[in-house]
Ligand binder design. Structure first.
Ligand code: F6R
Length: 241
């Protein structure tokens, strides 16, 4: 596990974007596993800037996102599909038909999960998976207690995650209560994993996840067992180490 120390959020974003763009340059037809949330936004903006300068070409890249809310249509501005288009896919020359997320509008949970696992297998697995870190140690929507072996699954979001997401919705009633998420087993199969973390409010969970015991109580702690993990974190997030 390699920890790269960044000065602040923008330094973290640039460093993470460098790692992502190195992957695209080294293997133009790579499969990137992508995340939403506030942490990767700066890295996506940096990738878009380099694309606009002519330094990056996404034409052969395939992406699979970690998760999607169940029940939100793609054109809802809080869907993860919308987020990805807004922050990256709509701003670079990626083939939109090669950008995959779980189908949030598939009401049959079992089918939605099986379909997504098939998509990930069909694209040949993930070369580089980008992850953010939840305050309770979740990765994707894999909340504490999730089996480490799990494939794509439908989860009931915890109260703390629903509350954390509330800021994006008009009221707490509008926050989806379920989501489809890539499982920890699938995430652990990625060739390489890149975790981005920023802010003092993440310092405690950084310490627990990467320096504490490996336990399903802290889902991200499983990453200690992966052979190729890079964590790019700013000084605030590393302040308790
Ligand atoms: C997003 C995701 C989540 C976030 C995590 C951190 O696709 O799967 O696990 O990465 O909740 O979110 P932020 O970056 O908003 O702190």
């Amino acid at each position: 596990m390699k920890i790269i120390r960044a000065k602040d959020y923008s330094d973290m974003s640039r460093k993470a974007a460098n790692i992502l763009s190195a992957q695209v340059i080294m293997k133009p037809n790579c499969v990137l596993g992508l995340a939403t949330g506030s942490t990767p936004i700066g890295a996506y903006a940096q990738l878009v800037e380099w694309y606009n300068k002519g330094d990056l070409d996404f034409s052969e890249v395939t992406t699979v996102n970690l998760d999607e809310y169940k029940g939100l249509p793609r054109d809802n501005d809080q869907s993860y599909y919308y987020f990805m288009h807004d922050n990256l896919f709509g701003k670079v020359n990626i083939n939109k038909e090669r950008t995959f997320l779980p189908d949030g509008m598939e009401p049959d949970g079992e089918k939605a999960c099986k379909d997504y696992d098939r998509i990930i297998a069909d694209v040949g697995g993930i070369d580089l998976q980008l992850l953010g870190l939840g305050h309770n140690g979740h990765i994707g929507f894999n909340e504490p207690g999730t089996a480490f072996a799990a494939q794509t699954n439908c989860v009931d979001l915890t109260e703390s995650t629903i509350k954390a997401n509330q800021r994006f919705f008009a009221s707490i009633e509008d926050v989806p209560k379920q989501a489809y998420t890539m499982g920890i087993g699938t995430i652990m199969h990625a060739e390489k994993i890149l975790v981005v973390v920023s802010g003092e409010d993440k310092a405690q969970i950084v310490k627990e996840a990467f320096f504490g015991p490996i336990t399903p109580k802290v889902p991200a702690s499983v990453l200690q067992l992966h052979r190729n993990v890079t964590i790019v974190a700013d000084e605030a997030a590393l302040s308790l180490l």
